[in-house]
Design a protein around this ligand. Structure first.
Ligand SMILES: O=P(O)(O)O[C@H]1[C@H](O)[C@@H](O)[C@H](O)[C@H](O)[C@@H]1O
Ligand SMILES: [Mg+2]
Ligand SMILES: [Mg+2]
Length: 288
């Protein structure tokens, strides 16, 4: 069992990587902010509502090429590289898990909820996360064991355990077939019948998860997001004192495409019990 000093020394070696992640996210945010004002060239991926633009691809290439130059032995999992056929394989190697534009549909519609998300894992453990809201320039950061911050101000999750006092966030995901929509709306209906204060869908999983970390929302749940939506946000929520679990109530499974996050463990498990599963293929379904 490593001593706390050994753990701290181990964790400190990634501090430099996190500083580079912050610089990289800020640079990427500038590119996105500039492109936000202009016409976008839109194409689709897994469904007619799973959208991507030339800026998503450009920004991911910029991020990965600059990181790979600094860290040639590290591995990279990126949303658009994955869409182009690269395998989502999480190994023990230091791995950067990147969503170049989270909220692409918002970006296309010039709806101002757009973020860059950079997560980092070693030995399959999430070490740090950086999420940059490109338009309001809020930078969310967290390194394991060192707290979570937004523009340097420490974050603390909500302590709410009462569902009838909860503000809950979710996202729709890319599947829109009748059976999926029936389960999606059924989940919302069950929570609304539990008299929650409200449910919000803002179109960016990472920024919604940052609202849980900041205490502005009490919980988040989703089926259909990806490891690059989850990785950075999971560290930020945990370091803000929150809980991130699987929708089954078990431990978070980064590649499972499902999540429940909440300020309190009671809230997390209540939601996990209330919601019905929507099945998506795992991110690592073709990795082995
Ligand atoms: O594709 P981007 O990176 O914009 O990520 C979004 C997903 O596309 C949505 O399905 C999902 O529901 C979330 O909105 C997520 O943020
Ligand atoms: Mg994206
Ligand atoms: Mg995303």
């Amino acid at each position: 069992m490593a001593s706390s000093e050994e753990n701290e020394m181990y964790s400190k070696q990634w501090e430099g990587c996190m500083e580079i992640a912050v610089q990289t996210a800020r640079t990427a945010g500038q590119v996105i902010r500039e492109a936000f004002k202009h016409e976008k060239e839109v194409s689709t991926k897994s469904s007619p509502v799973d959208l991507v633009t030339e800026t998503d691809r450009l920004v991911e290439d910029l991020i990965i090429s600059s990181l790979r130059e600094k860290y040639p032995s590290h591995r990279f999992i990126g949303e658009e590289s994955s869409a182009a056929g690269e395998k989502c394989l999480l190994t023990d190697n230091p791995t950067w898990i990147i969503d170049p534009i989270d909220g692409t549909c918002n970006f296309i519609h010039s709806f101002p909820m757009v973020a860059v998300s950079i997560g980092f894992a070693v030995n399959k453990e999430l070490e740090f996360g950086v999420i940059y809201h490109c338009l309001d320039e809020n930078l969310y950061t967290a390194r394991k064991g060192h707290g979570a911050f937004c523009n340097g101000i420490q974050l603390q999750v909500s302590k709410e355990t009462d569902m009838s006092k909860a503000l809950i966030l979710t996202e729709i995901g890319a599947k829109r077939d009748p059976a999926t929509l029936k389960i999606f709306s059924g989940n919302m209906e069950r929570l609304l019948k539990a008299q929650v204060h409200g449910i919000r869908v803002i179109g960016s999983a990472t920024l919604a998860l940052c609202q849980v970390a900041s205490g502005a929302a009490d919980a988040y749940y989703q089926f259909g997001l990806h490891c690059w939506d989850i990785a950075a946000a999971a560290v930020i929520i945990r370091e803000a004192g929150g809980n991130v679990i699987d929708t089954s109530g078990g431990p978070l499974d980064l590649m499972s495409r499902r999540i429940v996050a909440a300020g309190t463990v009671e809230m997390a498990h209540y939601i996990a019990r209330e919601i019905q599963t929507i099945t998506y293929e795992r991110d690592d379904h073709n990795a082995n």
